[in-house]
Design a protein around this ligand. Structure first.
Ligand SMILES: C[S@@+](CC[C@H](N)C(=O)[O-])C[C@H]1O[C@@H](n2cnc3c(N)ncnc32)[C@H](O)[C@@H]1O
Length: 235
């Protein structure tokens, strides 16, 4: 079954790039801290290619995986790039991968994992080095506070402890603010970004009230960045 956030990404793929400056900044920052120029790279939840576009060194092979086909068609293509339309959590898919990527990277995608702990462990077994950026529960904090809804996003400290089980790593927790001229464009962008997860939890009346009464002209995001090497993976 295709989950609601994947449907949302597919539906909005044509406008995704114009509405995702935070995700682009996150991908760029994540890649900018990778210093040893890995040559064989696997990108989980590659979308339209923000990670690939941020890589400035020569590489041999780049595999981008995403379950939203409409995102993948916007990914750069050239010799050495392979894109695969797959659910990165599927065991059948994971078993097809070679266990020797120099780098597994995932930017703004792992927060939707059904089992993020298993994903982190899988990455530790499949790479020499990992780089991850994950949206955390402080993302859209004001909207959640205003509506009384519960975030589905993971807490940064809890998440970091999971990474530290399997990786020797460094980390940063960064906040980003995205400013808008008015609430209507703020909510339009929120919907198109896909970061909201695609779950329709507010009624139309509640959404209208939120657009009218939301007290800020910005959206806030919190991102956990992790860079590390697996503690043991048999490679
Ligand atoms: C916010 S976008 C980020 C895309 C890109 N990494 C970037 O930095 O712009 C998240 C992407 O993860 C993909 N995604 C989420 N869960 C996935 C899963 N289980 N398997 C494959 N792709 C997934 C979505 O389809 C979407 O394209």
């Amino acid at each position: 079954m295709i989950s609601s956030h994947i449907k949302e990404f597919s539906k909005n793929a044509h406008t995704y790039d114009a509405h995702t400056s935070v995700q682009k900044e996150v991908a760029h920052y994540l890649v900018s801290k990778i210093l040893n120029q890995p040559k064989r790279i696997l990108d989980l939840g590659c979308g339209s290619g923000a990670v690939y576009r941020s890589i400035s060194w020569p590489i041999d092979q780049f595999t981008g995986v995403d379950s939203a086909h409409a995102m993948l068609v916007q990914h750069p293509t050239c010799k050495g790039i392979e894109t695969r339309c797959e659910d990165f959590e599927s065991l059948a898919f994971q078993q097809t991968l070679e266990p020797s990527y120099d780098l597994i990277i995932s930017s703004s995608a792992l927060q939707w994992s059904r089992d993020i702990e298993a994903m982190i462990r899988f990455c530790a077994f499949t790479c020499k080095e990992g780089a991850f950026a994950v949206f955390t529960d402080k993302t859209f904090e004001s909207i959640y506070a205003h509506t009384g809804l519960q975030t589905f996003l993971p807490n940064a400290r809890t998440l970091l402890a999971l990474f530290e089980n399997d990786f020797t790593c460094s980390h940063e927790i960064k906040t980003f603010k995205l400013f808008f001229e008015d609430n209507r464009s703020l909510f339009k962008s929120l919907k198109k970004s896909g970061v909201s997860g695609g779950d329709k939890k507010l009624s139309i009346t509640q959404t209208r009230a939120l657009i009218q009464n939301y007290p800020h002209h910005y959206l806030e995001f919190e991102v956990l960045f992790v860079w590390g090497t697996p503690k043991s993976n048999g490679l």
